[in-house]
Design a protein around this ligand. Sequence first.
Ligand code: NAP
Length: 253
Amino acid sequence: MANKNECGTLIVTGASRGIGAAIANLAGERGFSVAVNFATGTAEAAAVVEQIVSAGGRAYAIQADVAREEDVVRLFETAERELGPVKALVNNAGITGGFSRVESVSAQTLAQVMAVNVTGAILCAREAVRRMSTRHGGTGGAIVNISSRAARTGSAGEWVHYAASKGAIDSFTIGLAREVATEGIRVNAVAPGLIETGLHAANGAPDRLDRLAATIPMQRPGTPLEVAEGVLWLLSPAASYTTGAILEIGGGR
Ligand code: NAP
């Protein structure tokens, strides 16, 4: 285990459960001071903080809706005040908007999905760059955006609108990586395949993982920890020459 706070402060959005919670836990073990962001899951976020702290790490829970600019600014200010200078960001918070063919999707669903998945990620990255870029007096850092294999498969018949929001994340990752490449900041994405989280049941399809397992070359869904391992590698100095990459963690799918 690395020395505590050796790696500086990492903000993980949507870290109260699922993939975000796994990233927060592993980051705590690897020496990051972790800002555990959540939208509504106060008790769940507190449990993640408790897990990190009881394992000897540093963590602090911060409620903020990433779709709201004032919340994002407060998230970064609070993380810095409670844990120290921000050195890393994982844009993990995401929603699907539910299953819908394109001809049935509402403008409200579209607005919500784009606000959380795209605007939220870009606003968080903006705050991170303002603090980490050498152009602004910072000392550098790393950003990992959680995309999805849906960005490439398109998710026909399920949630094309969600897939499109993740396509935007891929473009944003490539563009921002190139924009800040000489400013000490690396920007990458992880594109998970089907991962065992509550997301599927929450969308009314608790059997989705079992149903689709046969379509995955490895014949099984992945775990949040298997995604977190990729994220932590991209955040680490071991990935020092990797920027603008989209790392697929999908069992071959
Ligand atoms: P999840 O279990 O549904 O958890 C989503 C997390 O995002 C929760 O912590 C939730 O917080 C948070 N969140 C939602 N809206 C938010 C907002 N407006 N502001 C701040 N936080 C918000 O999802 P997951 O399966 O772990 O997915 C995490 C990421 O991986 C998402 O970006 C998702 O698109 C992506 N992904 C997932 C899969 C998969 O198969 N599971 C595959 C590919 C990509 P609260 O609980 O507090 O509301």
